[in-house]
Design a protein around this ligand. Structure first.
Ligand SMILES: Nc1ncnc2c1ncn2[C@@H]1O[C@H](COP(=O)(O)OP(=O)(O)OP(=O)(O)O)[C@@H](O)[C@H]1O
Ligand SMILES: [Mg+2]
Length: 212
């Protein structure tokens, strides 16, 4: 039985509510219908996205990757229940200086682990990684993630985070380089290699600069 407690986040696509489920600390993530979308198309998109997210969460749990456990799902109803991750978004911890470059390096390493598992995240900002008291990181929000991505999508993960770090955390000097250091150091031999993904990221970054 689900007992809601407090609203954590009202986003563009979803509302996240904390509560308890069979005594476990959990989060209900519910996609709200979009008024501007045709109702049946909206339901179909919601169902597809939620099932895709559930599939990725199951895969990540299977390999022990730090991510929420999927407790229950109703794709038709547009919701899923996740285990609640301790701590707060890295965004907040970096903003008030409770975390610094070491956390950014660990985030880079975590991203490499995700990529080694053949998953691209699709929305890698510091809002989508939680940090706990011990400094442990857990990735959340796999709504735009992909299994078996192209190298371009891996490079784009790094580019999205690059933009987040340079726009929101610009006072944290050298953050992008440290993140890339962590990413490279965590190479465990999967293809494409960390060096190849960083090379693609550099190409994407160059394209963005050129057109800016
Ligand atoms: N399993 C979880 N444990 C703890 N907090 C969570 C969990 N899932 C989500 N949250 C909190 O809710 C927020 C929003 O969740 P999430 O990132 O999954 O949704 P979202 O798709 O980004 O929403 P939108 O894109 O519409 O803003 C997170 O930034 C986090 O603070
Ligand atoms: Mg999010």
């Amino acid at each position: 039985m689900w007992v809601p407690d407090s609203v954590l986040h009202i986003g563009a696509e979803a509302t996240a509510t904390a509560g308890s489920w069979m005594g476990l600390s959990a989060v209900l993530k519910k996609r709200e219908p979009r008024a501007y979308r045709h109702p049946s198309l909206d339901r179909k998109l919601t169902r597809q996205r939620l099932s895709a997210e559930a599939r990725i969460l199951a895969r990540l749990q299977g390999i022990g990757f730090p991510s929420p456990a999927l407790l229950d799902i109703d794709a038709e109803g547009g919701w899923m229940l996740l285990s609640r991750i301790e701590g707060r978004p890295l965004y907040e911890a970096l903003m008030d200086r409770a975390a610094g470059l070491e956390a950014v390096r660990a985030f880079g390493a975590l991203i490499r682990r995700l990529h080694e598992a053949d998953v691209a995240h699709g929305d890698l900002t510091t809002h989508n990684v939680m940090i706990d008291e011990a400094g442990e990181l857990t990735l959340i929000d796999f709504g735009l993630a992909r299994i078996a991505p192209e190298i371009e999508q891996l490079g784009l993960d790094l580019q999205v985070l690059n933009e987040c770090l340079t726009a929101s955390h610009y006072t944290l000097e050298g953050a992008v380089d440290i993140m890339l250091e962590g990413y490279r150091a965590a190479d465990a031999g999967a293809s494409p290699t960390a060096a190849e993904v960083v090379e693609r990221f550099d190409a994407i970054r160059g394209r963005v600069r050129y057109h800016a």
